[in-house]
Design a binder for this molecule. Sequence first.
Ligand SMILES: Nc1ncnc2c1ncn2[C@@H]1O[C@H](COP(=O)(O)OP(=O)(O)OP(=O)(O)O)[C@@H](O)[C@H]1O
Ligand SMILES: [Mg+2]
Length: 260
Amino acid sequence: MSETRSKAPAGAAAEATAVQAAAGEPILTLEDVHVSYGNIRAVRGISMEVRRGEIVTLIGANGAGKTTTLRAISRLVPIAQGRITFRGQDLARFPAHEVVRLGICHVPEGRGVFANLTVRENLLLATYSRRGKGDIEQDLERVYSVFPRLAERRNQYAGTLSGGEQQMLAVGRALMTGGELMLLDEPSMGLAPILVEEIFRILVEINRQGTTLLLVEQNARMALQVAHRAYVLETGAITVSGPAKDLLDDPRVREAYLGA
Ligand SMILES: Nc1ncnc2c1ncn2[C@@H]1O[C@H](COP(=O)(O)OP(=O)(O)OP(=O)(O)O)[C@@H](O)[C@H]1O
Ligand SMILES: [Mg+2]
């Protein structure tokens, strides 16, 4: 499946998909969303959208509310106010396990793979919530073609994988759910620069194969290079948004997030 894809660098790949993404309709919409943990107001009235086919990135410093935003979308934390809709359906009507069935897969912060299961078992477990559609063996082969390292290690316990390989397995698990929208929480965290580049290259490829991505990142430069559009989150509020390329040149973003 993947052998027909071009091996263009991430930035060029993002540019190539930008035109087709612009035509996509919104599949995820957040309207004035608030989330609190007791007295802590982690997310303070954010509105954003993700269109079909896009890579959208949400960047921000430690504690800005990025993880909380993804957890609110996946219904892992309740929202105090506002509305989140996926393909026109209000997500408040669905518990977290139903959200996966609707087509939203979440690659959590810190990976969350099962150390005592093999790579293959971890991937198969992720298909548990699927509605029996599609050929699971074929999807396994697709994951192995995107991640040759996982193919080589398919019978190895996940707990023995390197950090980067565990991150690949976490993304592979999300792919196995067959979801249309993938939420990624800092997939580059703790990885060596060369692996960071590999993860981003793979994300672009997954997007080209049809999965829409909402990517939370502290690595703002890499995220802005692969994304079509971006939002900057500061202490729970969106302060800057627009085409990712414009944000790379925005003095506010450069000074605070790009060290320039
Ligand atoms: N379970 C919780 N209970 C209380 N406060 C929490 C909880 N989870 C997060 N917070 C607080 O909410 C705010 C937003 O946290 P969140 O994890 O969403 O930030 P983040 O942008 O993902 O940060 P990081 O880049 O460090 O992962 C922080 O002030 C954090 O301390
Ligand atoms: Mg976080």
